[in-house]
Design a protein around this ligand. Sequence first.
Ligand SMILES: *Cc1c(COP(=O)(O)O)cnc(C)c1O
Length: 413
Amino acid sequence: MTDLIDAATADLPNFVSHLECSKTGERLEAGRLHNLSPAGAPILVRYDLDGVRGALTKETLAGRAPNFWRYRELLPVRDAANIAALGEEMTPLIRLRHSTDGHAIVKDEGRLPTGSFKARGLALAIAMAKELGVTRVAIPTNGNAGAAMAAYASRAGIESYVFCPADTPAINIRETELQGAHVWKVNGLINDCGRIVTEGEEPMGWFNLSTLKEPYRIEGKKTMGFELAEQLGWELPEVIFYPTGGGTGLIGMWKAFDELEAIGLIGSKRPRMVAVQADGCAPIVKAFEAGEEHAELWQDAHTVAAGIRVPVAIGDFLILRALRESGGYAVAVSDEAILDARERIGREDGLLICPEGAATVAAYFQALEDGTVGRDERAVLFNCGNGLKYPMPSEERALDLAQPVDWQAIGAV
Ligand SMILES: *Cc1c(COP(=O)(O)O)cnc(C)c1O
């Protein structure tokens, strides 16, 4: 098996044809650094898909290691030496056997390096930054993106700076520091942190790795779509519930499905895409329901699901377009429903999911109830982070060795 993790240096098959502005379609040159397009919109990577069609087949895939570098023909990295790999294993699909009728499957992204799917995007963004000569990077984060960036940047020998809201869970701040980043807490929200990263570009000389403000994180995130299709035998599910902050994963998967169809690995069937947000921060839901193309800044954003506390998303129009093209929708759930769902999935199915993942479960239950999703439809719910990284309630009970054990009391709870 070819395993890129052990490749010291190797030219990779590269089919990138050009970059493209997601708003105007303007062609931009690959092979040099970009943030937003001249029109101020996210930049997408385009491939010579006819070329990829002959190179990336079910047979080629069969001989490759089970990590996301197996889709290398549809990834932008040219030289494997620029990849700082940490074990990007394919994440499992886990059926919710007990808490549902068994038609809901969790894709558990919490198994990735640094405990969240942010590893996918940042593994790619850092590899490309390395390839294009970057030596210092910075990012605004609600926790997981900063940790992933720190890990890959340190491994690649790139210096990193992370800015997060002051109430980011302490565990995220500490893991990020331990992985070598300079972390700063900011008394604001992620968009305020984003402004600091942009303002620092000139005085600090760092490359800005904010969500969708460089072209490559989305290329990493789209591998969720490749994996899902391959794991389901190249037959996509009826519906996908995705916890949506900046929306990179949703936009990325939607792009991935088009690429897979263009190279003949799947047909034209698409899942309905559902963007799940928290009712304390639901700009995409509001814009979707109002029929708008862009979302307004959400005021006083708050939710226990930190990863989706994103008051404004630069790729809002791309998220909304994917939802509408797919026949899906956007929905908000309460923090109470999120915490209930987390508890229920743990208790009934033995799976500790993160609050953002629990939001998708809550939205799924709601959809079953109001009939938006049929009980026999196959639904994939994304759990994007490891449940262990989040604050958890505790119910401590203690035994005193100086006393006889009270078995009745133990049996009573
Ligand atoms: C970042 C994050 C999200 C939101 O992902 P986007 O693709 O940016 O919308 C959801 N869940 C977790 C755990 C995250 O870290």
